[in-house]
Design a protein around this ligand. Sequence first.
Ligand code: ACM
Ligand code: ZN
Length: 518
Amino acid sequence: MTLLSLNRGGILGLMLTLFLFGLPLRAEKGRVVLLPTPNVVRLQSDSLRFNCGDRLRIKADEEALAAVRLWNSTLPATSDIRMDITRRKRADIHFVKDTTIPHEGYSLSVTPRGITVSAAGHAGFVYAVQTLRQLTSTDKGLALPCLEISDAPRVGWRSLMLDSGRQYQRVETLKKYIDLASMLKMNYFHWHLTEGLGWRVEIKRYPRLTSVGAFVADGPEQQGFYTQQDIREIVRYAQERAVTVVPEIDMPGHAEAALMAYPELGCPGVHATVPKAGFTSALFCAGRDSTLAFLRHVLDEVCDLFPSPYIHLGGDEAPKAEWDRCCRCQTRIDSLGLRDSHDLQRWFSNQMANYLARHGRKAIFWGDIVYQPGVRLADNSVIQWWNWRGHKDLALRRARELGHPVICGTNYYSYLNFPTSPWRGYAADRTFGLREAYTNNPSYLPEADSLVLGMSCALWTDYGLTENLLDSRLMPRILALAEQMWHQGPLMPWPDFQERVETMRPWFEAQGYRYGSY
Ligand code: ACM
Ligand code: ZN
């Protein structure tokens, strides 16, 4: 993408904003532009409209009320619209529960007499509201083209990951990106909470994890943690938006902050330090029963805070040099008849996955734990395939051979922290644009596969990716990933998609998400 065409996009966007202000948006030339694109949109006629002015009478089944409240809360302060819930039969919008509609799906029917929204439950109603928000300019009355939409997701796992370990983000910032996930009909917010540069989740039993571990790094935006009260608020906020928060407690590596807080969790004689780049070889010691007990206690509190059926246990990038040297780890390997330190990581991961099973949860692990052969993984293990640059589809293949479900989130092209041009530690071979994400993402597997749960995208915050940079990394490339996650059937050709991304620019920017270069 050249600067020239970006500028053109900006001017086009501005003109569109001015032209469409107060009008129904993006329903011109016999088509409706929404992102992600619904499965079926039938525009009845450009000239037929439902127009109800600025007073909306809404009749809603019990299960839809939360979505209606969400819609109401998104109206800008300047909006003249008033939404009133009515018990009467006559209403402008009917939200109707319909259990024949697939889970997370919805249908929307706009006629000159009113709007009917149908869904089987909360998620479907929320997604219908997200579609209505994109369809309408809610500043000055509500006017919509007459249409029918029937919509449901392509895959069941659609996640956005944010790394709060390397950089701490304020609670308002987390909410902003949970809002974005919901707008794009993503259903999981994968929250990377622990890193070498910071442990961010308050664990009451082990206060030093945060009193020490949240303050080990130097940067002004690397200080802080989330109290249990903050976390409960974020989980509730996300749930209102049909987003499940999946916490990640990375182990046995990427744990230097915890090891600095409690050195006795590590292998004897190893002194953890804050990683200068990436990670170090300091790991939780798999040979110490006390370390395993500590981590189980941490998981007790994590399970209490996060109702998610999935808990992410990391497992990536755990170099084995210290375990190979550690007498306790080696004793564990010998006594259990394990092959080596890689096998020890499998055993360690199983201890934690089995513990999560007792809490009724599944464990997600980064693909690293299936690179080498080893002991059988616990049945409740899910693999997240990420390292396309290093290992191509190895984790996907191994997980399939072992029969474990897989989440596809390869660094090419779903690591949205990779910039569009070289920046700090990101050389040219770690950059990509919107077009590559849309046309060439190995994580997009259009064939149905019962072991593939879905897709993820990630925003790591290494090299000081501070809050002010998050929008420009995410937008608009996340729109390509949302399209791949949501839209059933073939993707539209790239030029059409690019045009839609530009058509939607004023809407997303009006919601507070500024496009970066692409
Ligand atoms: C990863 O990017 N280390 C999962
Ligand atoms: Zn050890």
